[in-house]
Ligand binder design. Structure first.
Ligand code: UD1
Ligand code: MG
Length: 460
């Protein structure tokens, strides 16, 4: 269900497209449905339907073997009405799992257990006990313990409101029975809505078993309604990921100042200082150290490498960024898609590297740009030097062979090759390839005039 407006978000963006851990709320839910191997994923849209549907296509809500379908619900007359819209897309057999697009952290294992509790023939409800159940549907049980009904807060009497076990909004139902029950829904209740939860009483009345599967993990069934709730859920989720990493031996300077928006794979003895953000797929090798306030996306950082503070590593897809073993990067470095650094490479402050391979031991320590370049082993690339890789229409490569020394403030105009072991004098603009071992200087010769008198202003 993803048709609701999300009024309290006070946003133009439909609620289910707001992000948690870098991914739209609805993306979390469809990813979980996909992992469960659902035959079909039906997304019920309404508010901002076009935008939501386009986003779902974008984040690939189903696998090739699964069908993705959309059902539009307009106007939105309640959760029962929402699921009614999905009926044409559901087959007559199997089990329907109802999920909410704004309850992002529901776990695959919890849903597997719920499906098992349903067993294709029972109505299984995911429930949780809350300190404060205000606003939720209460699970009303018979003295024998069996579930009798779910009563919505607004329809509940005093006695029912005292019940602390609530319905989470997630259920598993036999498809054929659900279809039958939904056909009988009425909206004669406090909100004038078609309640999905009314199917519970129908099941009980016809003798279909109803089971309440209680979870103790509130986080999994917490919905997002406001920016404050979104932030709280984000922090809770981040804390959980931080704990998981620390249990695996990763040393986080402060687990409350750590953000993961993708997957982070760490070998032993990894240290991460405060304020770092990891996005996409990041792998950190044995003993890697990440300094404070780094943003690292889609990168593989090999054993012993050190990333100094305020470095931005922005590997794209599919290229990614590779930082070789023992390399030193930053502070204030920027590695862009296709930057591949060999072992022991040094990239210093205010150096930008894009789509370039640097062989082992190459160094660019200050204020430099390497774009579309192939840099040999042990090259020393001077402060302020750049590869001029773009002629206004095309990108060209610069090849700097092994053991070259490029002085400060040079411009290497691509396409150009600097032969192995060569030296480029500081301040040179190189437009033609140079021979191995040569010293090349391409700048105006210095001319001095002895005892030069600067012009003076005339005095009256
Ligand atoms: C529902 C349950 C309540 C439960 C609570 C858990 C019903 C009648 N009540 O409450 O028992 O405790 O969830 O959070 O089901 N939606 C639509 N179309 C609609 C209405 C809602 O798609 O017409 C979607 C919303 O976008 C949301 C989800 O359904 O993703 C739940 O809606 P919400 O209004 O939050 O739930 P309640 O009806 O208040
Ligand atoms: Mg509602």
């Amino acid at each position: 269900m993803a048709a609701g407006k999300g009024t309290r978000m006070k946003s133009r963006l439909p609620k289910v497209l707001h992000r948690l851990a870098g991914r739209p709320l609805l993306g979390h839910v469809t990813a979980t449905a996909r992992r469960l191997g659902a035959r079909r994923v039906v997304v019920i849209t309404g508010h901002g339907a076009e935008q939501v549907e386009a986003a779902v296509q974008d984040f690939g809500a189903s696998q090739a073997s699964q069908q993705l379908a959309f059902a539009r619900q307009s106007p939105q007359l309640g959760t029962g009405h929402a699921v009614q819209q999905a009926l044409p897309h559901l087959s007559g057999d199997g089990t329907v799992l109802v999920l909410s697009g704004d309850v992002p952290l529901i776990a695959e294992s919890t849903l597997r257990a719920l499906l098992q509790a349903s067993g294709g023939e029972r109505l299984a409800l995911l429930t949780v006990e809350l300190e404060d159940p205000t606003g939720y549907g209460r699970v009303v049980t018979a003295p024998s313990g069996g579930v009798r009904a779910i009563v919505e807060h607004k329809d509940a009497n005093e006695q029912q409101r005292a019940i602390r076990e609530i319905y989470s909004g997630v259920m598993a139902a036999p498809a054929a029975r659900l279809r039958h029950w939904l056909g009988q829904l009425r909206n004669d209740n406090a909100q004038g809505e078609y309640y999905l939860t009314d199917v519970v009483r129908m099941a009980v009345d016809e003798g279909t078993a109803v089971v309440a599967q209680r979870t103790t993990d509130e986080l999994q069934v917490t919905g997002v309604n406001s920016p404050a709730q979104l932030a709280a859920l984000e922090r809770a989720w981040q804390r959980r990921e931080a704990d998981r990493l620390m249990e695996a031996g990763v040393r986080l300077a402060d687990p409350s100042r750590f953000d993961l928006r993708g997957t982070l794979d760490c070998a032993g003895d990894v240290e991460i200082d405060i304020g770092c953000i990891f996005e996409g797929e990041v792998t950190l090798g044995e003993g890697v150290r990440i300094g404070a306030h780094c943003v690292i996306a889609n990168a593989r950082i090999e054993a012993g490498a050190v990333i100094h503070p305020f470095t931005h590593i922005d590997g794209g897809k599919p290229e990614g960024v590779v930082v070789g073993a023992g390399a030193l990067v930053g502070p204030y470095a920027r590695l862009r898609p296709g930057a591949q650094l060999g072992a022991e490479v040094h990239i210093g402050n205010f150096v930008e590297v894009k789509n370039s391979q640097l062989a082992d031991g190459a160094k660019a320590n200050h204020l430099a740009y390497l774009g579309d370049a192939t840099v040999g082993a042990r090259v020393n690339y001077g402060a302020g030097s750049i590869t001029a890789n773009y002629d206004g229409a095309h990108k060209h490569r610069t090849v700097i062979e092994a053991d070259v020394h490029v002085g400060s403030n040079c411009v290497l105009v691509a396409p150009v090759t600097i032969g192995a072991g060569g030296t480029i004098g500081g301040g040179s603009t190189i437009t033609k390839s140079t021979e191995p071992g040569a010293l090349t200087v391409a700048r105006g010769r210095a001319v001095s005039f002895a005892n030069w008198q600067r012009p003076k202003k005339a005095t009256k």
